[in-house]
Write a protein that binds this ligand. Structure first.
Ligand SMILES: Cc1cc2nc3c(=O)[nH]c(=O)nc-3n(C[C@H](O)[C@H](O)[C@H](O)COP(=O)(O)OP(=O)(O)OC[C@H]3O[C@@H](n4cnc5c(N)ncnc54)[C@H](O)[C@@H]3O)c2cc1C
Length: 406
């Protein structure tokens, strides 16, 4: 193999996981190329995420120099009951932020000429000397390493571990954003809080995030809500994933194609089941996104010269709030394993061994936090002896597991 191929890495998927890996490898001397199926517009599609200092540290290692505040600071979380009264509190100062606050700086830190948008990965072949990626447009590239960072429906994983498929958890996450300036004065005391509510079914979460141009100035921020909402597998889920032309989308539906009647039904349900001041967020939201919740665990993250990373390898439900951090930690572990020795398959085995235990623990915790929505455990306030109490739920949601938890 030519020398350049000996240090060439192909990254499939140009979202946060792919960009963490690409930036980290580039800065360690790799000749990295990212291939992303979407042509443009990823930067404007995300909603809110919990911010963790660990993510910031890996962003710095990936070459991101970012002077902005990491997000909007909240002092803790509170749970409200059916009347809107505070039922539990947990003191936990942290920043909450927008997905774009991670994606955009990572994208800017990576050389544009190495980021190939509109390129859909279609297949791979590997041998002792290297790996070749094939694209839907008929082109191909050969390299020493291929990183599958192509999300929970990974086409890379479908080749190296076809038996691994996402398992639907029985509920979806409805997400929405509202501009701060659009709320009534009555929403002001709620706006700055990280709030959890439990309508007859599901769980509703809300918190502030930065607004346009990452502004955290009062009046210019946004409010992010997330409603975990049971939707039976089968006809009900299929209907939700069907667009106005009758096309059924497998696994998830692009936000712009969600049928207005589903949004109207969600808003009507909010008016009926969520305490009035809190229902203002779903009522005023303009951008909606629906995310079916899946569990996914891969048996390995290294297959010869092919690594799986981020949601392509393990999907933890969003309750634990560490999807971005998990992808960042995968990328750092991958870069470190590759730096430890020249043999790529050996390095990928070491990477896999390092990342599988924390990934499994994260998935398990996220399933526990969602078990009451699936009705596998009672609602948090219903029978504290059986599962999750409200204070425990507030403590465990939206934060990484301690390092020694697995
Ligand atoms: C636009 C967007 C917005 C998001 N917003 C949020 C959010 O607000 N909150 C949150 O918690 N999580 C959000 N996520 C999910 C979050 O990024 C992941 O859960 C997690 O961070 C792991 O990221 P990932 O890079 O492994 O996977 P993903 O973020 O899912 O990225 C996978 C990437 O691979 C690309 N891809 C897929 N198949 C192919 C193919 N065959 N060829 C080439 N490219 C392919 C996809 O277009 C996508 O860009 C968002 C993801 C995207 C893509």
């Amino acid at each position: 193999m030519a020398t350049s191929e000996g240090r060439r890495a192909i990254v499939i998927g140009g979202s946060v996981g792919g960009l963490f890996a690409a930036n980290l490898l580039l800065r360690r001397g790799w000749d990295v190329h990212v291939f992303e199926r979407a042509t443009e517009g990823l930067e404007s599609r995300g909603t809110g995420i919990a911010h963790h200092p660990e993510t910031e540290a890996i962003m710095a290692a990936a070459g991101v120099r970012d002077e902005h505040a990491p997000g909007v600071r909240v002092e803790g979380r509170c749970a409200v009951d059916a009347r809107g009264e505070v039922a539990a509190r947990h003191h936990y100062p942290q920043y909450v932020t927008a997905w774009g606050r991670v994606f955009n700086p990572l994208r800017q830190a990576f050389p544009a000429e190495r980021y190939h948008g509109g390129k859909e990965f279609a297949g791979l072949s590997q041998d002792a000397e290297g790996v070749t990626a094939h694209f839907a447009d008929g082109t191909a590239m050969r390299a020493a390493l291929l990183v599958g960072a192509d999300g929970f429906r990974s086409a890379v994983r479908a080749i190296v571990a076809p038996e691994v498929v996402p398992l639907y958890a029985g509920y979806v996450g409805w997400r929405g954003l509202v501009e701060e300036a659009e709320f009534s004065a009555g929403f002001a005391p709620i706006f700055g809080q990280f709030t959890f509510g439990f309508p007859d079914h599901g769980e509703v979460i809300g918190y502030p995030i930065p607004g346009l141009r990452d502004s955290v100035a009062p009046g210019e921020r946004r409010y992010n809500f997330l409603w975990y909402y049971p939707v039976d597998a089968g006809a009900a889920l299929t209907d939700l994933l069907t667009d106005a032309t009758g096309r059924v989308h497998a696994w998830s539906i692009p936000p712009a194609l969600i049928r207005p009647e589903h949004v109207a039904a969600l808003q009507a349900d909010a008016a009926a089941r969520i305490p009035a001041p809190y229902a203002e967020a779903p009522r005023r939201a303009r951008q909606f996104l629906v995310q079916p919740i899946y569990d996914l665990e891969s048996p390995s993250m290294g297959f010869g010269r092919v690594a799986l990373l981020g949601d392509a390898a393990f999907v933890a439900r969003p309750h634990i709030g560490t999807g971005v951090l998990k992808a960042a930690e995968d990328a750092l572990a991958l870069a470190e394993a590759l730096a430890a020795g020249p043999d790529i398959p050996d390095a990928l085995q070491a990477y896999s061994a390092a990342r599988i235990p924390p990934s499994r623990a994260t998935v398990a915790m996220s399933r526990f936090l969602g078990a009451f929505i699936e009705r596998r455990l009672p609602r948090p306030e219903a029978d504290p002896s059986l599962g999750l109490t409200l204070p425990r739920l507030l403590e465990l949601s939206g934060r990484p597991l301690p390092r020694n938890a697995h």
